[in-house]
Write a protein that binds this ligand. Structure first.
Ligand code: KG4
Ligand code: ZN
Length: 344
């Protein structure tokens, strides 16, 4: 069974083709980063218009690169939310129209479920159950994952998401958009120990996070010090150290609290090298295993949506997913409210 995945929730157009027998056949991505960088952040209207331009050519490219045609598809999965409403509508309308025309099931997928399941696309991959650290531009959550559709929130950020904190801090340091990769690159040149930033909520006794104070602490440092290139690098390193410490310690606490021995890291911040290294070391010391999706599946992509769709389609009772003549998107959508397809 071949499933086409369409991801258009933000500023990346991603198309994936997943075969339940052969695995991932192909995936393609068009990133709008360059277009938005001029504005220092994503401009929703420009994002939607660009998705309209990209989706169909990318679907054609993805199909032909794996020598398949539309007629080979068994189902279409598209990101239904959360995300930018206009951008989501592009993938939802094209996906639903294709499904209707081809008379095949169409599934709306939760973007974060795509991220949560993305480590299963890489080898070695975890088995259920596991703890997931979801760290993207819009979300920072620790979830207990018992199976497809079985997600329990263990803790989350009370203010900024981790990726958002990286982006805002990068902006304060005069780096371009998106800030996360630029900030972590700059941090490589930083001198360790020159600045130390607080570790917010490290000892809060729960699994919640808070990142907005870190950004303010960075602002104070930039005002107190002459902002040379070296100072920026030192601040970037201090910020990254603090964010990575908190993410690591809370992940370890989540493993302890649930008694689980597998951690998966999903979302764009999962591409951060320092976070990967620290988690690898600390989680192993705790007698558990950490899994990361390969870098190409860390940030937004269509492969994870095709894969999540394929997982859901293999479960019983997909009657409510058959092609109809209407669809909706959900700009806000609580992951915990998702049900496994066979739940009552
Ligand atoms: O999951 P994602 O591609 O998009 C959503 O937010 O859904 O995550 C994007 C976020 C951005 O905030 C970006 O700055 C951050 O992930 N990011 C990083 C790195 N690569 C991407 N943050 C820190 N270090 C990185 N290497
Ligand atoms: Zn994402």
């Amino acid at each position: 069974m071949i499933v086409l995945g369409i991801e258009t929730s933000c500023d990346e157009t991603g198309i994936g083709l997943y075969d339940t027998k052969r695995g991932l056949l192909n995936h393609t991505l068009y990133s709008q980063t360059e277009m938005h960088s001029e504005y220092g952040g994503v401009v929703p209207e420009l994002a939607s218009r660009d998705h309209i331009r990209r989706v169909i050519p990318l679907i054609k490219q993805t199909l032909s690169a794996s020598e398949h045609s539309l007629q080979d598809l068994a189902a279409i999965a598209y990101t239904q939310g959360p995300g930018l409403a206009g951008a989501l509508l592009v993938g939802a309308s094209i996906g639903s129209a294709l499904g209707f025309a081809l008379k095949i099931p169409t599934l709306g997928i939760h973007h974060l479920e795509g991220h949560l399941l993305s480590p299963l696309l890489s080898t070695p991959s975890p088995d259920f159950p596991f703890v997931a650290l979801l760290v993207s531009g819009g979300h920072t959550q620790l979830m207990e994952v018992r199976g497809v559709g079985s997600y329990r929130l263990l803790g989350e950020t009370l203010d900024d998401a981790a990726g958002e904190a990286f982006d805002k801090t990068a902006k304060l340091l005069g780096l371009g958009y998106p800030g996360g990769p630029a900030l972590s690159k700059l941090a490589e040149k930083g001198k360790s120990g020159r600045f130390t930033l607080p570790r917010p909520m490290l000892h809060s006794g729960d699994l919640n996070f808070s990142f907005s104070g870190l950004k303010t602490a960075v602002l104070t440092l930039t005002k107190k010090n002459e902002v040379t290139q070296q100072t920026c690098a030192d601040i970037a390193l201090a910020f990254q150290d603090a964010a990575v410490d908190v993410l690591t310690e809370k992940s370890l606490a989540a493993l302890k609290q649930t008694g689980l021995t597998q951690l998966i890291v999903a979302g764009g911040v999962g591409a951060n090298r320092q976070l990967r290294n620290k988690l690898l070391k600390k989680v192993e010391l705790a007698g558990a295993t950490v899994f990361f999706p390969s870098l190409e599946f860390c940030t937004d992509n269509g492969a994870m949506i095709a894969f999540a769709g394929a997982m859901r389609l293999q479960m019983p009772d997909i009657s409510n997913q058959l092609p109809g003549n209407s669809f909706t998107v959900k700009a806000r959508w609580n992951l915990e409210l998702l049900k496994a397809p066979n739940d009552p």
